[in-house]
Design a protein around this ligand. Structure first.
Ligand SMILES: C[S@@+](CC[C@H](N)C(=O)[O-])C[C@H]1O[C@@H](n2cnc3c(N)ncnc32)[C@H](O)[C@@H]1O
Length: 246
């Protein structure tokens, strides 16, 4: 996961739309303390800080020092944003210290999503709210006349992600942790142009890897990519946006 990839994803139409919706559903109020777990290069921290106003504070946590360095560089002029190194399974925050907590495409990667959600529960104050936005990669569909190659591609992509179906499990994991689910929104992400789909889904990159792994036939993968590049392209997947209260 590179910083360039995260920036590109945040700037797609779908990225802009779901992040705006995420902020709305989290309902951050002035003066609140907000934690963004797996904050990456600080993609959402400035918007969260704007919502907390001058009296509030935002804490970005990530385990990757490169992400934290970039976030520090980008947000150097924002005194109410703090960056902390830490793991989603052991957050560097006191129990009951946050009004709001969010994870945005992080649980798909962690070894223990239940433990990470338990940590969100622990750091929230009673009545606090958390939000989660995670994909379900097994809903990925790429329209093509060669259904077998298309399925081979989508299965390969889903197989690259540790918790590929995390989106559909968020509600159960929240309930198991003792959180009260407020809202569940499916977000349909649709790509219509080859360039954006290639950037976000790695059409060419993942076809090449799948061929190398013996999962796709080289000639069929090349034809698949040619047809997708020629268009019309329809490719997409479902993302889940869940909010829950402690
Ligand atoms: C897909 S990126 C999302 C970044 C950011 N939330 C955004 O929307 O741009 C996932 C981020 O989670 C971080 N991450 C992955 N596993 C983690 C863990 N166990 N604890 C803390 N951060 C983690 C990665 O370093 C990366 O920055």
């Amino acid at each position: 996961m590179t910083i360039a990839y995260l920036d590109a994803a945040a700037h797609t139409d779908a990225g802009v739309a779901y992040k705006r919706r995420f902020l709305d559903t989290l309902d951050v109020l002035p003066g609140q303390t907000v934690v963004d777990v797996g904050c990456g290069p600080g993609t959402d921290l400035a918007r969260l800080a704007d919502a907390t106003g001058g009296e509030g504070s935002v804490i970005g946590v990530d385990r990757d020092p490169l992400m934290l360095d970039e976030a520090r560089r980008r947000l150097a002029d924002r005194p109410n944003i703090e960056l902390r190194s830490g793991d989603a399974a052991h957050l560097p925050l006191a129990s009951g210290s946050a009004d709001r907590a969010r994870v945005d495409r992080v649980l798909q990667h962690v070894p223990g999503p239940a433990a990470a959600i338990a940590e969100l529960h622990r750091v929230l104050r009673p009545g606090g709210r958390c939000g989660m936005a995670e994909p379900d990669w097994h809903t990925l569909a790429v329209a093509d006349e060669d259904a077998e190659t298309s399925r081979g591609f989508t299965d390969f992509v889903a197989g690259q992600v540790r918790n590929a179906t995390i989106g559909r499990h968020l509600v159960r994991l929240c309930v198991d942790t003792g959180l009260r689910v407020r809202s569940v929104e499916p977000i349909a992400v649709l790509f219509r142009d080859f360039g954006t789909a290639d950037e976000i889904l790695g059409l060419r990159r993942n076809c090449a890897r799948a061929v190398q792994a013996g999962r796709l036939a080289e000639a069929k993968a090349a034809s698949f990519l040619r047809r997708l590049a020629h268009g019309p392209l329809v490719a997409g997947f479902t993302f889940y946006l869940v909010t829950a209260d402690k």
